[in-house]
Design a binder for this molecule. Structure first.
Ligand code: FES
Ligand code: MG
Length: 594
């Protein structure tokens, strides 16, 4: 039996190359080892990789070990051959010092696998925060047909009749402990209740965000991002994903056909409407650079800020992943945005149709969970992009600004968008944890708290630590949040109204390095400015002193990869990629075959 050979299958260069029969024999003899016949390997069947991100080290993605069987069946059904292989694990909460460190490592490993082995297409098994961008980035660089399959969120967490959401409950529990309302055992039980099944974080954290955006970008079957991991629909989706990738190879539908400027603009708009994570601009900037699309950070404010929040998921809202799926998931959100002319409808997706055709008629099935455009949860919910003498670029997620915060900082009738206060500066998360509850640090309700030394170089990979809780003595007085500003990231599950991802970071001698506790800082959200109120001369003096002393100090590297990444990584406003890697584009086409 012979399948119709797809045009220019790259796997033929390994297994069926009459010009190089010496090497072909070598390639063939070992791949026969797992039971494929010579006829199969030489039949012209597309060879499809399953990039397996699930493992015991990656519990969020572990269910992919089960789903891969259904992917395989789909691939086989359509006349393809499936080859499953491991992807470097990244687990957000377990990896020290940060999971962010490993996104570029996982990317590098997958580029080598996709480029260097006989693969015609690939299924990317996405899930936990950085696994999704790492795999999309690699598929973009190599540019063989690729389709993402989300592992899906965990089931909803419950505690005493209330929904408990991943991550979000940790920030809440820490506040309750600080206020003396919860002991250590109670805290652990409360947090554990948020994770009742296999799957990734059930909140609108970075995992739900990045998988929703993978769908909005067109890289995942429509309606598939939100399906909870344990649902039978998830297994069915794995089967259809496996079937579809074989046709994508035959159609030669590649990431570069899908990841266009229109697709990225759609993702920015969708991110605002879902209340997506502040990690999204970093990952989309990285993906855009690897596929050669120009996506300046300012586009997030230009296209996204005016978009209202439609999805009522924690941390900005009340509900969780199962509710999101039952309410209609990404297509229901996109349909609302299409109704306002906010989506580039002609953007192509992995099913061969446009996002407009896929989503135009999708309906909201639960109006408590997905709101209509006319009755949103929050108006103008996208990010602001800020700058000033402390950094060139930083972002702020406005959809999580609490009423308390707005009343305290934004409702001054004379200048309702500006706030000024004394800075308290922490150098890295350890410094913060040691000193936060020490009254001699002098934190008051007027303080702006700063976290530095937490960027891609300083705390390699950038730590999710900018969302700092106030000291316990202020929490007991009812102050639940202070403005936080820093060169680190923050968990997508946090509701903190922080100014974060500040670039360049202190470790790269950005202005934050020069800030001192006690300096007055002014933030003006309307003007998009954050400035320390000292003269340029004083800034220059401080800079000269610090440079003479060897620059901003940060901990030494503990592993070879930390040293390599620190030497090559860029700043978060441009995606924190390995600088120089972006010149390798579409290498399956441009670099020829080995
Ligand atoms: Fe893996 Fe949240 S920790 S998805
Ligand atoms: Mg995270």
């Amino acid at each position: 039996m012979t399948e119709t050979p797809a045009p220019k299958l790259r796997s033929r260069a390994w297994f069926d190359n009459p010009d190089n029969i010496d090497m072909t024999s070598l390639y063939l003899e070992r791949y026969l080892n797992f039971g494929l016949s010579l006829e199969e390997l030489r039949s012209g069947k597309p060879i499809i990789g399953i990039a397996q991100s699930g493992s015991d080290l990656s519990p969020c993605n572990r269910h992919h070990l089960v789903l891969a069987e259904r992917i395989r069946e789909g691939i086989r059904e359509m006349g393809g051959i499936a080859l499953e292989f491991p992807v470097h694990p990244i687990q957000e909460t377990g990896k020290r010092p940060t999971a962010g460190l490993d996104r570029n490592l996982s990317y590098l490993g997958l580029v080598e696998a996709l480029y260097g082995y006989p693969l015609d297409g690939v299924v990317l098994t996405t899930g936990c925060d950085k696994t999704t961008p790492a795999m999309l980035m690699a598929a973009a660089t190599v540019n063989i047909p690729a389709i993402a399959l989300s592992v899906g969120p965990m089931l909803n967490g419950w505690h005493k009749g209330e929904r408990t959401g991943s991550g979000t409950i940790v920030w809440k529990g820490r506040q309750m402990m600080a206020a003396g309302e919860l002991d250590a055992d109670g805290f652990i039980k409360l947090v554990a209740s948020s994770a009742p099944s296999t799957g990734y974080c059930n909140t609108m954290g970075t995992a739900t965000t990045m998988n929703s955006l993978a769908e909005a970008l067109g890289m995942m079957l429509p309606g598939s991002a939100a399906i909870p991991a344990p649902y039978r629909d998830r297994q069915e989706c794995a089967y259809h994903t496996g079937k579809r990738i074989v046709d994508m190879v035959r159609e030669d539908l590649k990431p570069s056909d899908i990841l266009t400027l229109d697709a990225f603009h759609n993702a920015i708009v969708v991110n605002a409407a879902i209340g997506g994570s502040t990690n999204a601009p970093i990952h989309l900037a990285a993906l855009a650079r690897h596929v050669g699309v120009d996506l300046p950070l300012k586009d997030w404010e230009r296209l996204g800020h005016k978009i209202p929040l439609l999805v009522n998921l924690q941390p900005a809202g009340e509900y969780l992943g199962e509710d999101y799926y039952h309410a209609g998931g990404v297509p229901a959100v996109v349909a609302q945005l299409i109704g306002q002319g906010l989506i580039q409808e002609s953007a192509l997706t992995v099913n061969g149709k446009t996002i407009g055709d896929n989503c135009r008629d999708a309906t909201i099935e639960d109006a408590k969970v997905i709101k209509t455009f006319d009755d949103p949860l929050v108006e103008e919910a996208g990010f602001l992009v800020l700058s000033g003498n402390l950094f060139d670029a930083a972002i702020m997620k406005t959809s999580v600004i609490s009423k308390e915060f707005r009343d305290r900082y934004l409702s001054n009738p004379e200048d309702p968008d500006a706030f000024e206060g004394p800075a308290v500066v922490f150098d890295g998360p350890e410094d913060y944890h040691h000193r936060i509850d020490d009254p001699s640090v002098g934190i008051t309700p007027e303080t702006l708290m700063f976290m530095r030394g937490a960027g891609p170089i300083g705390y390699p990979g950038a730590a999710e630590v900018v969302n700092m809780r106030p000291p316990a003595y202020l929490i007991t007085e009812g102050v639940s949040a202070l403005p936080c500003i820093g060169d680190g990231r923050q968990s997508g599950t946090s509701g903190s109204p922080s100014i974060l991802n500040a670039s360049p970071e202190a470790a790269a001698m950005g202005g934050l390095a020069l800030l001192r506790t006690g300096d007055r800082v002014r933030m003006d959200l309307k003007a998009g400015k954050v400035d320390v109120l000292i003269s340029d001369e004083e800034m220059a003096t401080r800079r000269a002193e610090m440079e003479a002393a060897g620059g901003y100090q940060y901990p030494a590297s503990q592993t070879p990869w930390q040293e390599i990444q620190r030497a090559l990584v860029g700043q978060m406003d441009t995606g924190a990629i390995l600088e120089g890697a972006e010149k390798y584009q579409r290498i399956a086409q441009t670099m020829g075959l080995p």
